[in-house]
Write a protein that binds this ligand. Structure first.
Ligand SMILES: NC(=O)c1ccc[n+]([C@@H]2O[C@H](COP(=O)([O-])OP(=O)(O)OC[C@H]3O[C@@H](n4cnc5c(N)ncnc54)[C@H](O)[C@@H]3O)[C@@H](O)[C@H]2O)c1
Length: 252
């Protein structure tokens, strides 16, 4: 029996690397998965991969900043699978690298809109369904940059710090409803996203070298495995935590 047998999960950014790997692993552990992303082709691919492997999935094209669209996506998930138990909140804007004084306020707002306001909206509409189900687990993707600043990422770092506090607030407010919320803070994970600011993956490793004692990048599946634990009842007394999955980046 899978570790998530009988659970229904809503996974944002499921067309991307980390959330795509998580959606696939959730399904292989027995969850029915609503795969959510703004890019139709990618989110359909994740859902069809899951179905091809014998799992249950639906693909939903939805912008997490659009309140009506999110409400409809959560309703669609509950109509398709009967309930909602787990939310993996991973949608993030790929902001340009700029020092704060060169950052346009619209880019600042866009980063916050996707990275934190979108998470708030998804959480708001998921909670009533988790209450109805009698329990729930939110897994919110922050970043090592939510704990340590990086050069030229003022909006991203600030928004990822906010993810940690949103998670703790949800953990505190809904503990009596048996609803848990934890953040994952990934270190550098080998995904195409890293190539926006670097020529290749060796460049990424060299740039991060002082903080990478293992001298390697993480893999999307290593975040997905942590998410399975947080989604499952194995982590039933764990809530409001910052879970660093970073190869000791934060320890140095
Ligand atoms: N890759 C890393 O090294 C790393 C490190 C720390 C944290 N993270 C975080 O992990 C998460 C996933 O990152 P990834 O590397 O898999 O990136 P990715 O670019 O592969 O995936 C991001 C996905 O988010 C989707 N998305 C963007 N805006 C959206 C919106 N408004 N509504 C719905 N979907 C939207 C994109 O279409 C894309 O599919 C992000 O929150 C990122 O900040 C990544």
């Amino acid at each position: 029996m899978g570790r998530l047998e009988g659970k229904v999960a809503f996974v944002t950014a499921a067309g991307g690397a980390i959330a795509g790997a998580t959606a696939r692993l959730f399904a292989s552990e027995g969850a029915a998965v609503a795969c959510v992303d703004i890019i139709e082709e990618n989110v359909k691919k994740t859902a069809s991969d899951i179905e091809a492997a014998g799992g249950k999935a639906i693909a939903i094209v939805c912008d997490v900043t659009d309140e009506e669209a999110v409400k409809a996506a959560i309703d669609e998930t509950v109509s398709a699978f009967g309930r909602l138990n787990v939310v993996f909140n991973a949608a993030a804007y790929t902001d340009p690298l700029l020092p704060l004084h060169e950052l346009d306020v619209d880019l600042w707002r866009k980063t916050f809109d996707v990275n934190i306001t979108g998470m708030f909206i998804v959480t708001k509409y998921a909670i009533p369904h988790m209450k109805e189900a009698g329990s729930g687990s939110f897994i919110n993707i922050s970043s090592i940059y939510g704990a340590r600043a990086a050069k030229k990422r003022p909006a991203y770092c600030s928004s990822k710090g906010a993810v940690r506090m949103l998670s703790k607030s949800v953990a505190v407010d809904y503990a009596e409803d048996n609803i848990r919320a934890n953040s994952i803070l990934p270190g550098p994970i080998e995904t195409p996203r890293l190539l926006v600011a670097n020529k290749n993956m060796d460049d990424v490793i060299n740039r991060h070298r002082p903080h990478l004692p293992a001298a390697r990048l993480g893999q999307p599946e290593e975040i997905a495995k942590t998410a399975v634990f947080l989604a499952s009842d194995e982590s039933s007394f764990m809530s409001g935590n910052d879970c660093f999955v970073d190869g000791a980046y934060n320890a140095i």
